[in-house]
Design a protein around this ligand. Structure first.
Ligand SMILES: Nc1ncnc2c1ncn2[C@@H]1O[C@H](COP(=O)(O)OP(=O)(O)OP(=O)(O)O)[C@@H](O)[C@H]1O
Length: 580
């Protein structure tokens, strides 16, 4: 006890020291005993033990005990409850506003991190001297073999949640990839790049991945790996990115996926949680809300973009200009029949060949509804499909709540018309100036007069606390789908041609291609609806939040009502940039 006074000495250290002094007949050398004795009496160790004891004592005190560690979950539950309150009091509204403040959410997030002790620092590697560097550290990891069926397994991934390969440079068997949430990942001990030395005491030197797979398949229960850790690993960090997929993916028919069993299939519109983007070509993801913890491989944005560009180039090579049913569904080389229909909101036709965008994944985030602030509902679809009818029916349910923007026109007012009722009547130069300044979400010319809808009129309906519903030309989508307006886009889709004809004829539907709506649809017009639908889907499908197939009018309307209700009550996925 040379260095410290006895009364401050930790009892555990005292006991250790006296048992060390009594173990004179131990096999250790004098030098080792002296080293241990000095260490146990050193000031540094004493200080460390003191700090440790203080933390333990304070940690045990009620004063520092967190009441809960999930305040963020409670916050989101409260937000969801608040949005369901039909007529929120000012207190509720204020609470709703406060709970969405980033600072408050940041505070609660930090609180939960501390309460969950999620704060251990990532210490830098301890520098090792040369002698140690030459030694190879070996780790022994035991995993319980997965119960998943192995039929058809070409790879170790279904067995232990990791894939293996032969390292090209060294010829050794290494861990190629660790799947998020799989057995290897959950162990936290296996990382990509680790060299596999033994599996169940069998040396794998000189063996192929298939040989190792055989060993794994023949093993029962626990599998023991002897591994040499890769340099500079740290394991992939889980990201919080959510994306909406704009294409279908079926890993079983993807010839390039490095491991078919590890693929994650998804459908257009699915929201995916991207857990790792470490690999430039293969991301790891889970389907949002999927309880299956294991992540799967999906093509990265870069890879998918390349594929789409490649496919398009191939298609363009094989096709003659735009007259390609593969390139652009619904467009054929038939000469255009003369149209009798009024064309009011039709911006130049060629503008809709907008194939610049390559829809792969869109980053999304949840938008919570705010009491009294309603997202505009936008109905897009081919002319004649029934958007006006659906809009009119929704407005009829509550004309005080649902409003459609009043269009602007440069034509002169007719007797009986009121400015601001049917139209806002404006002078042509003024309207042209506003069109030039991008203030109109859509506009067009008919019989020498301009007609159009301004973004401002949509905003003013939202600002008045009403639900704006509009059915613009589909080309207006680009102007409408912006953070200031946050529209909910519903695509009104026609049923197949035969059903379209049957339902419309049975209900004596009026053709919107006829200026007076005085007759039914002709066969050519039904065909045009189907073709326009194909074109709209091809160009704009990635911008739709929902699709309503307008077969039976009552059912289509009921789907529209539920969508309107959901918008007011449920948090929904929107482009991430709208939420920041
Ligand atoms: N599901 C349906 N079954 C039968 N008739 C329908 C159905 N949906 C709409 N209609 C009828 O079809 C006709 C055209 O509908 P509507 O005017 O709503 O088309 P629209 O999509 O607004 O067309 P446009 O954009 O050219 O004005 C109307 O007579 C309407 O009542």
């Amino acid at each position: 006890m040379a260095n410290v006074t006895k009364e401050k000495w930790d009892p555990a250290l005292t006991r250790l020291l006296s048992s060390l002094q009594q173990s004179s007949n131990s096999p250790s050398t004098d030098e080792e005993l002296r080293f241990l004795s000095n260490l146990l009496q050193s000031k540094e160790l004493h200080a460390l033990v003191n700090v440790h004891n203080k933390i333990i004592t304070n940690g045990a005190s009620d004063k520092f005990y967190p009441m809960l560690s999930t305040s963020m979950e409670i916050l989101s539950d409260v937000l969801e409850d608040l949005v369901r309150v039909p007529y929120a009091s000012p207190d509720c509204e204020e609470l709703f506003y406060l709970l969405q403040k980033p600072h408050l959410q940041g505070l609660l997030y930090s609180h939960d991190s501390v309460a969950q002790k999620d704060y251990y620092p990532h210490l830098p590697e301890i520098p090792r001297d040369n002698e140690e560097e030459e030694e190879e550290t070996v780790k022994i990891v035991q995993l319980v073999k997965s119960n998943e069926p192995l039929a058809g397994a070409q790879n170790a991934e279904p067995i232990v949640g990791a894939t293996i390969k032969t390292d090209e440079a060294t010829g050794k068997i290494v861990i190629a990839r660790v799947m998020h949430g799989g057995a290897a990942d959950r162990s936290g001990l296996i990382h990509s790049g680790d060299e596999v030395v033994e599996v169940n005491n069998i040396n794998v030197e000189g063996k192929t991945p298939n040989d190792v797979l055989q060993i794994l398949q023949n093993s029962e229960g626990t599998i023991t790996f002897k591994l040499i850790p890769a340099d500079g690993k740290g394991g992939p960090r889980e990201s919080k990115v959510r994306v909406r997929a704009h294409f279908d993916y079926d890993s079983s028919i993807d010839p390039y996926i490095p491991c078919k069993e590890a693929g994650l299939d998804f459908k257009k519109g699915d929201v995916l949680h991207i857990v790792s983007q470490d690999d430039a070509y293969w991301w790891q993801a889970r389907r949002e809300g999927d309880r299956n913890m294991r992540a799967g491989l999906i093509p990265s944005r870069a890879l998918q973009e390349r594929r789409i560009i490649h496919d398009r180039t191939q298609t363009d090579k094989n096709e003659d200009g735009l007259c390609s049913s593969t390139a652009l569904p619904g467009v054929t080389c038939r000469p255009k029949s003369p149209k009798t229909k009024k064309i009011i909101y039709d911006i130049a036709e060629n503008e809709d060949f907008d194939r610049e965008q390559i829809p792969t994944y869109e980053e999304v985030a949840k938008l919570y509804p705010r009491p009294g602030v309603f997202r505009p509902i936008v109905l897009v679809g081919p002319p004649g499909v029934g958007r006006n009818e659906l809009k009119r029916r929704l407005i009829d349910t509550d004309p005080g709540k649902y409003r459609t923007p009043t269009p602007f026109t440069t034509r002169s007012m007719k007797p009986g018309e009121e400015n601001g009722k049917e139209y806002f009547f404006v002078e042509r130069p003024d309207m042209e100036k506003d069109i030039e300044a991008g203030k109109f979400i859509e506009y067009g010319e008919y019989k020498g007069n301009l007609y159009g809808t301004s973004a401002e009129s949509v905003k003013s309906i939202v600002a008045a606390g009403k639900v704006c519903i509009l059915n613009p030309h589909y080309q207006a989508l680009k102007m409408l789908r912006v953070p200031e307006l946050k529209p909910y886009v519903i695509y009104v889709k026609p049923p197949d041609l035969e059903t379209l004809k049957e339902t419309r004829n049975a209900h004596h539907a009026r053709s919107t291609f006829d200026i007076h709506n005085s007759r039914g649809f002709t066969d050519d017009e039904f065909n045009d609806i189907i073709k326009a639908a194909g074109r709209i889907e091809f160009l704009y499908e990635h911008l739709f939040d929902e699709t309503i197939t307008n077969t039976d009018l009552a059912m289509a309307f009921s789907q529209l009502s539920s969508a309107a209700n959901r918008l007011e009550t449920e948090p929904l996925w929107v482009p991430a940039s709208w939420v920041q």
